[in-house]
Design a protein around this ligand. Sequence first.
Ligand SMILES: Cc1ncc(COP(=O)(O)O)c(C=O)c1O
Length: 485
Amino acid sequence: MSSTSSRRLNYDNINPHVKAAQYAVRGELAVKSEEYRAKLARGDTDLPFKEVISANIGNPQQLDQKPITFFRQVLSILENPKLLDHEDVLVKHMEYKPDVIERAKWLLKAVGSVGAYSASNGAPAIRQRIAEFLERRDGFPANEADIYLSGGASSGVNTLLHIICAGPETGILIPIPQYPLYTASLSILNATPVPYYLEEHHHWGTDLTSIKKACEDAKAKGTDVRAIVIINPGNPTGASLSEEDVRSVIEFAREERLVIMADEVYQTNVFVGRFHSFKAALRQMQKENPGKYDSVELASLHSISKGMVGECGHRGGYFELVGFDDKVQAEIYKFVSITLCAPVIGQCLVELMCNPPREGEPSFELYNEEYTGIYEGLQKRATALHEAFAQMEGVECDRPQGSMYLFPTITVPPRAVEEARKEGRRPDEFYSMRLLEATGVCVVPGSGFGQKDGTQHFRTTFLAPGTEWVGSMVKFHKEFMDQYR
Ligand SMILES: Cc1ncc(COP(=O)(O)O)c(C=O)c1O
């Protein structure tokens, strides 16, 4: 082994943009929570809790969400096509329904083998099936050539930002609070995030006045603002945009010539109102005003990680482009080619997500029961957590609207702010660290997503089953306030 001094790489000479990137969802608290988990697994009994609850990340199956049977049955055949030599056993003894076998055969024909690379932008037959899904969802045609399969939405965001960002002068409008993938990626690309604040007192809605101001201010500083990111439904806020809001963002993007990046990974996690896709709104506006919106460039992203699918470990997603220049699209194709293709098993899951069993098909009943059970379970847990927050002193939390998170405001008492300062932490980090140490519940401090100056929040998922951990949060909060009030 070489000595430290002879190593070519050290902390001071590696890419500074990587060092500057921050990703709180898997930051210090998450690392510490994993240490606690390992301690508990070793049988350590000196911690004041018996379990670590990873409420820091939307990772449904880590928190006991069961995979949907139809999806996994099809995948099992894709991974082991020899099972098809014993179809009778699958049907008679393993409860595989005929549509499982049919779908697996169709997918095997579409991809050849899940162990083979596919086309760079994804298997053509799968792209076609996604286009059909989009057509059913939006009521407007979709073209498979404009669809790019990706290893989760994260990889799609990475591709798009690489294409859009040409240097430090490129600015991208980012909602605050936001999922830190965006600021972290811009940091790595050495481009400029242009933050716009969401309106907490209007259910975390998108306020066009604040977007316009952020854009104007950035332009005045010489930033070349090129794109706007919209997370709908929101992470960490859960807010779903109204159709009117979606249309006004499109109008603004047209006026300012901004690419719209619509992150729609939570499109089925909606409890209040309903999901309005940017694609449907744009096509509708184009129909109403022929020619006016033809130059709007939209990239919308979806994923198998969220919703009731929750297959984030399989890494699958796609983005659809509308209105992009052909030569730009060719460069996007080249860019995705450099990493060869998205995981093919993940691509197959995207196909299954987009085309689940339909009413009347053999697997429908069980699929529907599982899907509805997950949806209702999430809603119930979100409501229970919301009710718990309502009892907590100085905590305010908007009603659960969607996605997988609640993002309460906390009031950290001045004495705790002072303690935090001594530890070199922000008040919300101090609160979240004490919460983890006392209860084993790992949340993410609001500062990891961005928050208005002077406000403190944390983000928690409502994925974890049971109520014990919620009770332990309530107890901790009371003790924290009693200690520092
Ligand atoms: C808003 C948002 N976009 C993208 C992603 C990334 O998802 P994926 O697992 O598909 O990469 C997440 C993950 O939490 C998210 O919350």
